[in-house]
Structure formats: structure tokens, C-alpha cells
Design a protein around this ligand. Structure first.
Ligand SMILES: [Zn+2]
Ligand SMILES: [Zn+2]
Length: 364
């Protein structure tokens, strides 16, 4: 990335943070959490304490991070090294990423950038110019992928409420800022579960590793020895209670999913995220440097459109040097393909393309 591109990213991110402090908060129990951040072109800084929103906002203004994270775990000493932190418990978290959904549309919005000659190709196996197999895969936002990820998020919420007995008021669905959704469960009966027990929850949700569907078309948790570690806590899993007192949003979701699939059987989640009890997870409200879009709460998942609801960057005309072999759509406008072209685009497109590695700021 050239110096001008770096400067515009930092300026844009700083302006976003300054204008949107109301979207960025530390959790209530922030004194027990570990915070972390990355700057553009630098390493990860972690084991950081932030005790108030004020301290968070100060960090955003002085460091201008490219990415900000907060632990799902609570610790007695969050700033010490991992083995001295004294783990207390951790929120249950889930990551639904479109890349895991094996969608047919994927190839049509994926390209590669050769690490040897810098050429862009639509092929996904080798550089079309020098035949190199060393490349970076670049995936652009796709409404079909988002719709499919949304569907998985809805199914997951239903499983969490209906089958795992989690209070719907403790479930928060966020757009990840790039290609999927993050689901946070704050305060549940599963807070104390270790990694192995969480793996059982993953098996249950994904129907992986021996979990089966019972006669009621519900997943049945396997009779694992691992479950003995916390039989009483996980016991609620097998209690298929009906959804009670759910909000209209969840009720709508239930109807939609049941109409489409007849019954809810599983959800495709990233197992590594859910089983990680020391995860530093992207902080809600922060910008994702992979896209320039923000991780935002989806108050109504059905109506959520990342292009409008997660894109906070203005449309000030910005000149870039762009290379992108595929056409893409942002905010109802089509862009590309571009072949090493100097073009003027709205700033949100410039930032998106620079974050994706498809453009540089061009001063001429
Ligand atoms: Zn090449
Ligand atoms: Zn797609």
C-alpha cells in the first residue's frame, strides 16, 4: 500500500471514529476484559485495559487503529500474559462466514492477486500472466452470500433460544463488517463452559461428529463423555422447550425459516471461534479494515442491508488507480471491471477497494 493510500485510510477511519463515538462502547465489565488493536501495516497490540468509553475513544483518536478487538473472556488480571490472566468465564460467541457456505455465486465475485507479478485474474487456481500459484484471494461483497449468511444466523438464533434455552434478550447479532455475521451471547448458562464442552455445542449446532436428528426433526446431542464435565449446565440442551415470549423479530424469523426449510436442523458456524474461550473478537461499532465497513448491530436482521447500514463513509469524489477484473455493486451503483485505470469514484468505493487491495490513491 502506498503512503497516500495509508494516509486516506487513517484519515477516514479517524473521522469515522470521531463522528460515531455513540456506536463504540466498552462492555459494562470492561475492567475484566482484554482489549487489543492493530494499526495499518503493524503488529497486533494486546493485553490492553480500557476501563471506560472515554479511554476507548482516546485510544481510537491517538492510535487510529485499523481493527479493534475485545475478549469474550473475563479475567481477574486482563493485562497480564495469557497464563497469568486468571480466566473467570467467557461469553458464547459464533461466527457465520459466507465463505463456509459453499455457494455457487462465490466464483463470480472472487479474484486473485498474484504475489509474484501483481497481476489480477478471475481464475482461482493460478496467475493468468505468470502461472504462479502464489496469490492472494480477494472476495467482494455479494448480496446472495449475505442473504445466505443471514439465513444461517436466523437458524442459529432459533437453535440457541429453542434448543439451548438461551434468553433471547442476551443474543446480539452483528454484521461482521466483511462477509458474514457475529453472534454474541452475553450472560448465559454456558459462560463457565470450557473449550471441550463448547465443542459439543458446536457439534450439536452443526450436526457434526455423531450428533443426530431425532424423531421431532431436532438435533440430538450425542452421548459424549465430554459432557460429563458439565452435565447439569449442558442438560438444558436436550430440553426442547417451545419459544415463549419471543419478540416479533424472532417470531418472524422462526416463521420465515420454518416456511423455507420445514424445520430447523442445523446452522453452519466456524467451530474455531465458538470453542475459543480466549478469543479477542472484533469490537462492535469498529471498522473492519478488510472492507472499510463497520461491525454493526442488526436490529432487524430481515431488513439489514450492509451496503447502507454498515457503510458510513461519505461519497466525496476520490481519485484512485484501480485494478479489478470483476464487476461489483456498492450502494446500488455498479463499478468495474478496471484494468489499471485512473478513475474518480465516491470515497466509500475508494476505501472499499483500497482495503480489498484493488486500488491505490493516485495523485496526478
Ligand atoms: Zn503472476
Ligand atoms: Zn455470493
Amino acid at each position: 500500500m502506498n503512503q497516500d493510500s495509508l494516509l486516506i485510510l487513517e484519515d477516514t477511519f479517524k473521522k469515522y471514529y470521531f463522528d460515531n463515538f455513540d456506536l463504540l462502547h466498552v462492555p459494562n465489565d470492561s475492567h475484566e476484559r482484554e482489549f487489543a488493536y492493530k494499526k495499518f501495516n503493524s503488529k497486533l497490540y494486546r493485553h490492553i485495559a480500557l476501563k471506560s468509553d472515554k479511554e476507548l475513544h482516546l485510544l481510537l483518536m491517538t492510535q487510529v487503529p485499523s481493527d479493534v478487538y475485545c475478549s469474550n473472556a473475563r479475567y481477574s488480571f486482563p493485562t497480564l500474559s495469557m497464563n497469568a490472566k486468571d480466566w473467570q468465564n467467557a461469553d458464547l460467541i459464533f461466527d457465520i462466514d459466507s465463505k463456509d457456505l459453499q455457494l455457487q455465486c462465490r466464483n463470480s465475485h472472487t479474484c486473485i492477486k498474484c504475489l509474484d507479478c501483481n497481476a489480477f485474474s478471475t481464475s482461482n487456481s493460478k496467475c493468468h500472466k505468470c502461472n504462479s500459484h502464489r496469490f492472494k484471494v480477494i472476495v467482494l461483497l455479494c448480496k446472495y452470500c449475505i442473504a445466505a449468511a443471514k439465513k444461517e444466523a436466523k437458524k442459529l438464533c432459533i437453535l440457541l433460544i429453542n434448543n439451548l434455552g438461551i434468553n433471547k434478550q442476551n443474543i446480539f447479532v452483528y454484521f461482521s463488517g466483511n462477509d458474514g455475521f457475529h453472534i454474541h451471547v452475553n450472560d448465559s448458562q454456558y459462560q463457565l463452559l470450557g473449550s471441550r464442552e463448547r465443542a459439543d455445542i458446536v457439534d450439536y449446532i452443526t450436526l457434526r461428529d455423531g450428533s443426530t436428528i431425532n424423531n421431532n426433526n431436532r438435533p440430538e446431542i450425542k452421548n459424549s463423555t465430554k459432557l460429563k464435565y458439565n452435565q447439569t449446565r449442558i442438560g438444558v440442551v436436550s430440553n426442547n422447550t417451545e419459544i415463549k415470549n419471543t419478540s416479533s423479530v424472532i417470531k418472524t424469523n422462526v416463521k420465515t425459516v420454518e416456511k423455507n426449510t420445514q424445520y430447523v436442523i442445523k446452522s453452519i458456524i466456524d467451530p474455531n471461534v465458538t470453542t475459543d474461550i480466549h478469543r479477542i473478537f472484533r469490537l462492535p461499532g469498529s471498522i473492519n479494515s478488510k472492507s472499510g465497513m463497520s461491525k454493526v448491530l442488526c436490529k432487524n436482521l430481515n431488513l439489514f442491508d450492509p451496503l447502507y447500514d454498515a457503510c458510513f463513509i461519505d461519497d466525496c469524489p476520490t481519485q484512485i488507480l484501480a485494478s479489478c477484473p470483476i464487476r461489483f455493486r456498492l450502494k446500488d451503483k455498479k463499478f468495474g471491471p478496471f484494468e489499471n485505470e485512473r478513475i474518480t469514484v465516491p470515497k466509500y468505493v475508494a476505501i472499499y477497494m483500497i482495503c480489498k487491495g484493488l486500488a491505490e490513491i493516485s495523485q496526478l
